[in-house]
Design a protein around this ligand. Sequence first.
Ligand code: FE2
Length: 366
Amino acid sequence: MKKRSTLILLNIMLIISLLALAGCAGTEKEAPAVKEEGAALKEEAKSDGKGVVNLYTDRHYDTDEELYKLFTEETGIEVNVVKGKSDELIERLAREGQDTEADLLIAADAGRLHRAKEKELLQGIESEEVLNNVPENLRDINNEWVGLTVRGRVIVYSKDRVDPSELSTYEDLTSDKWKGKILVRSSSNIYNQSLLASFIAIDGEEKAKEWAKGLLANMAREPKGNDRAQATAVVAGEGDIAIMNTYYVGKMLNSSNPEEVKVAENVGVFFPNQDETGTHINVSGVGLTKHAKNKENAIKFIEFLSGEKAQKQFAEANYEYPVNDLVEPSELLKSWGKFKTQNINLSKLGELNTKAVEIFNEIGWK
Ligand code: FE2
């Protein structure tokens, strides 16, 4: 009799564990809730009581969504996503004030994250794990945002017409030998504003202004188009050299458009200032919103995204470099070689943004 009741008990335990497993499998299939800008996020906790984290992001990659799913599988915390342009998302956060449902803001460029900080929309991220994962120069001085992936703003050159031995520094691009040969986008773009801000931080305002003037004097045409358009113009022969972000070369090489692939194959990537101040870098990063309702979950999510497991995938989704030193970049990025980066805290890019814009306006870089 005793033996029989033990058997029944074992059977009941087996059924309970099978039910539990089925429950897990159920959550595995759940995709993150993705909404476009303007949509509302739900705050209610899931039935398992683990809750949610609500994210505003300007990134648009399927691989990011796979990571959100993985986070849900690991923690039971559901990730709700609103996608939009970063400036619109920042505006929305400001408009919503303390009623916002967003816990996190992900944006490309430290300058943009700094805008959110200046508007007092963020708060410090208190997590030893995050501080260990992200080097100090890649986060805000009060840790209101931290970098998650790194990009370089580099020199891209025509493989046909430029020998890389002719290239050296950003400053060299202002010398007479490059007259009428440089392609670069408008100064209204934040990447150029952050580049000039980095020169102000390193060399001071006067030298930065001289550089901007010298570059303007060597431009092949009036600034127009995005970063990719500069590479396209190099290959079309409008100029020999472009300034652009590293990941666009990766995106073009892997593009479904054969024209873009052809362009990327015909340009070389050069990391300037290797014997001097280093190549300019920037980040895609994440800020913790001031009025986060799911703060604990949000911090767990930042720990996850900056952690070893997620870093490689997160960076590779956009052909970027991981921030976490323990993680190696992708094969393509490794093929470009290691490079020395500027040694400044990226907060400076935001702090000096206004000054950079003033210089661009003063010297007439459209
Ligand atoms: Fe970009």
